[in-house]
Design a protein around this ligand. Structure first.
Ligand code: FAD
Length: 579
């Protein structure tokens, strides 16, 4: 299946990757990452929070020794040579300190990927082995105070010197690992207009970093400006081609966004564990708070949303790995990452927002203890807020989702336009099939997902027709369409996974996926109504709304008793129940 094809085709569980189908090799890596986080990172959180960068460096070195930094990097550079699924498990089990996860993410993805995918053989040989082992610390310097979302509006410049080298000047902002990185991937404009990438070493003349930012959270992660004052960069450190820096910048962010989603699900595992254990022991009105329906609802919903996110991430990793294998392995990775950019943005938005929900409920379950620093709940809450801001803000990523779908449709890479036309003919012709009715619960959920997909197609198709090229200016419409597409991706991934579940946990899978679909139905409907009402009025709007009502006839299920069962099992185990 190619990128985004799931929006138009029926889901297929046969080749679906799920946590339950993870190969043994990957389980072993998950175990290694988990033990490293629990035994080496978490006990050192105070040191990180005090900005002990020698310790952060030691941890990176250790992660390198364990093969965690280069889990998906080629063996010839010291990597483990595994796949996207391996990177996903490492990202998600490296949890407990969001600060160290940021340090690790900047190293393993933002600094290594640009060199791996765009470097010359000499650059790869010079930098990759030391970055993958953690001997060198890397950072990625794209943002500036005046250009964050509008990264190509950077004012840093690179002037060519008579000997072919470059003099870089400008100031980069908010650089993760800035305080102690040895190597920076820097973006600057050659001659002031050709956006290009460079590998810049801290030791080069004219390179300094500013003081640490005072942040809301992530106090254990270094964030500083990078100051370039006629920084002397050898010609051999130009990364990729002059004027093609955008390719480096955006392709790296594609996989970075997916990995951010992975880190978010890891944070959710920890918070569910903490909440379950606290709710089991905290007594009010003579009993544990876990016995109150209000708390069961929270624990159940934290699990439901995390399950949908986890299912989405594993499905996407499986699709990407299959596409890379089909394209002949490593040389095809970059094209596949580009092809799955929609999924990467979905993973980033869904991951950051589901984690934020889970951490907010974690604080609430902890009551007053959630608001004071004796418990980690408040730190997790503060640390996670930035996930909606970096790696492309969630607004930018939401806009990218329909934007990329439309672009791919117009290029003929995705048959979205004919599918939308067929659906529209159906709408105008009268009743719209709401998907075949099924007797069993999962069958009903699958029918609901067919209806969600048709809703996504209907709203996007009508928006393309109504606004044409001006659609890019209709951000509210695009964002509402993005939310429908995100709901489709999460809901379908959850239901397909539940359909493969066997054994004692099977009923929990089905209940969890069904609750997600049940609640997604009203979100999809609200979004679609908003889009349709913005585009038409009178009889046309009435026709569209009538079609939507027929399409989204999703019978409600009893989510209360299902959430209670999930919550009770979460408390019994003292952890996320699907691990
Ligand atoms: C802790 C931390 C670590 C970071 N690490 C790094 C790093 O390692 N390397 C790096 O290069 N950068 C890093 N950043 C920077 C980060 O990527 C930027 O902050 C981010 O891209 C947003 O840019 P901005 O802050 O300029 O916000 P702006 O772009 O000014 O956005 C402000 C608001 O306007 C919205 N907005 C902007 N443009 C549009 C638009 N076209 N349509 C609709 N809404 C829009 C945004 O969504 C946001 O809500 C880091 C930031 C932080 C806080």
């Amino acid at each position: 299946m190619t990128g985004a094809a799931w929006l138009l085709e029926p889901g297929d569980a046969a080749s679906l990757l799920t946590p339950e189908r993870l190969p043994d090799e990957h389980r072993l890596i998950a175990q290694t990452a988990r033990e490293f986080a629990e035994k080496e990172v978490v006990p050192g959180i105070e040191r990180l929070e005090r900005k002990d960068w020698d310790f952060a460096r030691q941890l990176l070195r250790r992660a390198g020794e364990l093969g965690l930094i280069g889990v998906d990097a080629p063996e010839e550079f010291g990597g483990v040579g595994l796949d996207r699924a391996a990177a996903l498990v490492v990202g998600s089990y490296m949890a407990g300190s969001a600060s160290f996860s940021s340090t690790f993410g900047a190293q393993s993805n933002l600094a290594i990927s640009p060199i791996l995918y765009f470097g010359t053989e000499e650059q790869k040989g010079r930098y990759l082995p030391k970055l993958i082992s953690g001997e060198l610390v890397g950072a990625y310097a794209l943002s500036e105070s005046g250009s964050g979302s509008d990264a190509l509006g950077a004012s840093a410049r690179a002037d060519r010197m008579p000997d072919g080298s470059f003099a870089l000047s400008g100031e980069k902002m908010w650089i993760t690992n800035g305080g102690f990185a040895d190597v920076f991937i820097v973006f600057a404009k050659v001659g002031g207009d050709q956006f290009s990438a460079f590998i810049v070493e801290r030791g080069f003349k004219g390179v300094t970093t500013g003081s640490e930012e005072h942040k809301m959270g992530l106090h254990g992660s270094s964030t500083t400006p990078l100051i370039l004052q006629d920084a002397a960069v050898p010609a051999s450190n130009l990364l990729g081609e002059i004027g093609k820096g955008h390719k480096v910048a955006f392709n790296v962010l594609n996989f970075g966004r997916f990995k951010l989603g992975a880190m978010c699900v890891g944070g959710a595992y920890c918070a569910i564990r903490d909440s379950a254990r606290y709710a089991a022991t905290r007594r009010q009105f003579g009993k544990p708070i876990a016995e109150f329906g209000a708390i069961k609802h929270k624990l159940g919903e934290m699990t439901v949303r995390s399950y949908a996110l986890e299912s989405l991430l594993y499905r996407t990793a499986g699709l990407m790995d299959a596409a890379i294998a089909a394209s002949g392995g490593s040389p095809g990775i970059l094209a596949v990452m580009e092809e799955f950019a929609v999924e990467a943005s979905i993973a980033k938005v869904a991951g950051s927002e589901i984690l934020q929900f889970v951490l907010d409920e974690n604080v609430q379950i902890h009551g007053g203890n959630g608001f004071v620093s004796d418990y980690p709940a408040e730190r997790h809450y503060r640390d996670a807020r930035v996930n909606r801001i970096f790696e492309g803000t969630n607004e930018i990523n939401r806009l990218l989702i329909p934007g990329m779908l439309v672009r791919r449709a117009l290029k003929g890479e995705l048959p979205l336009i004919p599918a939308a036309r067929r659906l529209q003919d159906e709408i105008l012709a009268g009743p719209v099939a709401a998907g075949s009715r099924q007797d069993d619960l999962l069958g009903e959920q699958k029918a609901a997902i067919e209806a969600f997909k048709k809703t996504a197609l209907m709203t996007l198709g009508l928006a393309m027709q109504r606004y044409g090229e001006a659609l890019a200016d209709e951000q509210e419409v695009l964002i509402a369409v993005a939310d429908i597409v995100i709901a489709v991706a999460c809901a379908e991934s959850a239901v397909l996974r539940a359909s493969t579940a066997t054994g004692a946990m099977a009923q929990y899978h089905v209940d969890t996926a069904s609750i997600f679909v049940n609640d997604a139905a009203s979100r999809v409907e609200t979004g679609a109504r908003q889009v349709l009402a913005a585009m038409a009025e009178g009889d046309t709007l009435r026709t569209h709304l009538a079609a939507l009502r027929r399409l989204l006839k999703v019978a409600p299920i009893d989510t209360v008793s299902r959430r209670r069962r999930i919550a009770d099992e979460t408390v019994r185990r003292g952890s996320y129940i699907f691990q």
